[in-house]
Design a protein around this ligand. Structure first.
Ligand code: AMP
Length: 115
C-alpha cells in the first residue's frame, strides 16, 4: 500500500491547501512555489495515473476535461492566455507522481518554458 500523494492529502483535508475550484473529477490549487504571477495546478481526483502519458492512454476523456477546466481557470484568473505544462519523469522535473498540469499565466514574457 503506497502513501497517498500530497495532492490526495490536500483533497482529503489531511494537509492544508485551498482548493480554488473543482469538478466531479478534477480540482485546482495554487502552486506553493509560483513560477509566474498566476501558477495553478489542475489535478485529477484519482491518483491512478502517474503522468499525462498514462492519463492520455487510460482516460483520454479526463485529459480533455482537464484542458477545458484549465482554459476556464486561465480566463478566470488571468486574461485567458496560458501555458499548460506537464512534467514527465524526475529528469524533467516531475516531483509528484500523481498527474497534474501546471497553468502559468499573467505577465509571461520569456519564450522558455518551465514550471
Ligand atoms: P512537478 O514538479 O511537475 O511534479 O510539480 C509539483 C508541484 O507541486 C511543484 O510546482 C510544487 O511547487 C507543488 N507543490 C508541492 N507541494 C505543494 C503544496 N502543498 N501545495 C501546493 N503546491 C505544492
Amino acid at each position: 500500500m503506497t502513501e497517498p500523494s500530497i495532492f490526495t492529502r490536500i483533497l482529503g483535508g489531511d494537509i492544508p491547501g485551498e482548493i480554488i475550484a473543482e469538478t466531479d473529477r478534477l480540482f485546482a490549487i495554487r502552486d506553493i512555489a509560483p513560477q509566474a504571477p498566476v501558477h495553478l495546478l489542475v489535478i485529477p481526483k484519482t491518483e491512478q495515473y502517474r503522468d499525462v502519458t498514462e492519463l492520455a492512454a487510460g482516460d483520454p476523456a479526463l485529459l480533455a476535461e482537464l484542458t477545458a477546466f484549465a482554459k476556464d481557470l486561465a480566463a478566470e484568473h488571468s486574461d485567458g492566455d496560458f501555458r499548460l505544462i506537464f512534467n514527465i519523469g524526475a529528469n524533467a522535473g516531475q516531483t509528484v507522481f500523481h498527474v497534474h498540469a501546471h497553468i502559468l499565466a499573467g505577465g509571461l514574457t520569456e519564450k522558455s518554458v518551465g514550471a
